[in-house]
Design a protein around this ligand. Structure first.
Ligand SMILES: [Fe+2]
Length: 275
């Protein structure tokens, strides 16, 4: 498995707080069958300002050195990433090169305030798409607007965004509404990625096996593989992601299909329609 959303870089946000904690998280990830992590520190103005720059690279270098010193980099590869937070300055920050996509891909992990106005968030996503960046919407099932109307999220998929579920939403650790919304997205085939969003080695852990088992049991082993392995690997390879079967309504499929044809070279129709 590959985890594309994990707060394992220590001392930079509300995730890992120390070298040892990051090593414990890495050990858990390895033990649970994870080979690659894209480390995604929060990047929130005035809170966790982890913009691309010397401090950003130094934080990753400290983690790489720790993993190397313990011989853990043989079993686990950590890639650079970021969880950008949508604000009115997000597009300007992107334009000045301050935001880091997932690994060396054109996929940017982005979150918004849980109580955000979906119109505002969609505007930021649209701006990224216009820059030929594929937004990966972090934990869409946790936003309040999604609990009111899941169509808001399906519209984002039709725009060309990718939805990434948190494992703890799938297991129910974030409560009934998040779990129901996650399952509703899974049921529709609208989610293309799942990730741990781990913050520590104790409560919000890197181990994704329970959630993967739930998806395999509730849907199919193949769907679990798509969410936890196939599509995360395609992120690392900067390739188009696959859907489970045929996603969405007729209307949604048409507009999404047009979108992907228009965005020439992003994804063939064959790839878009899935495995
Ligand atoms: Fe996160």
């Amino acid at each position: 498995m590959i985890d594309i959303h994990c707060h394992i870089v220590y001392g930079v946000d509300d995730g890992s707080y120390s070298r040892n904690e990051s090593l414990r998280m890495a050990a858990e990830a390895i033990e649970s069958g994870i080979t690659d992590i894209i480390a995604t520190p929060h990047c929130i103005p005035a809170m966790f300002e982890n913009y691309v720059g010397p401090d950003y690279y130094a934080a990753f270098d400290r983690l790489y050195a720790a993993l190397h010193d313990e011989g853990m980099d043989r079993d686990l590869t950590v890639h650079r990433g970021m969880e950008a937070f949508a604000t009115p300055s997000t597009l300007a920050q992107f334009d000045r090169g301050a935001l880091h996509c997932l690994g060396s891909s054109d996929y940017l992990l982005i979150e918004c305030d849980f109580a955000e106005d979906p119109e505002f968030f969609s505007g930021i996503l649209k701006g990224l798409l216009e820059r030929r960046i594929r937004p990966v919407v972090a934990h869409p099932e946790r936003y309040f607007f999604a609990h009111d109307d899941i169509r808001r999220l399906l519209d984002m998929v039709d725009m060309g965004c990718v939805l990434q579920l948190d494992t703890e939403s799938i297991t129910g650790a974030f409560g009934r509404k998040c779990r129901e919304t996650a399952f509703s997205l899974l049921d529709r085939g609208a989610a293309q990625l799942a990730a741990s969003d781990a913050h520590d080695s104790d409560m919000r852990r890197p181990d994704m096996r329970e959630a993967a088992d739930i998806v395999a049991d509730s849907f199919s082993p193949r769907y679990a593989q798509l969410l936890f392995d196939t599509n995360p690997r395609r992120i690392l390879e900067n390739r188009p992601l696959l859907f489970r079967g045929q996603y969405g309504s007729e209307e949604g499929r048409d507009s999404a299909s047009r979108h992907h044809r228009r965005r020439d070279g992003f994804m063939t129709d064959e790839e878009y329609w899935g495995i």
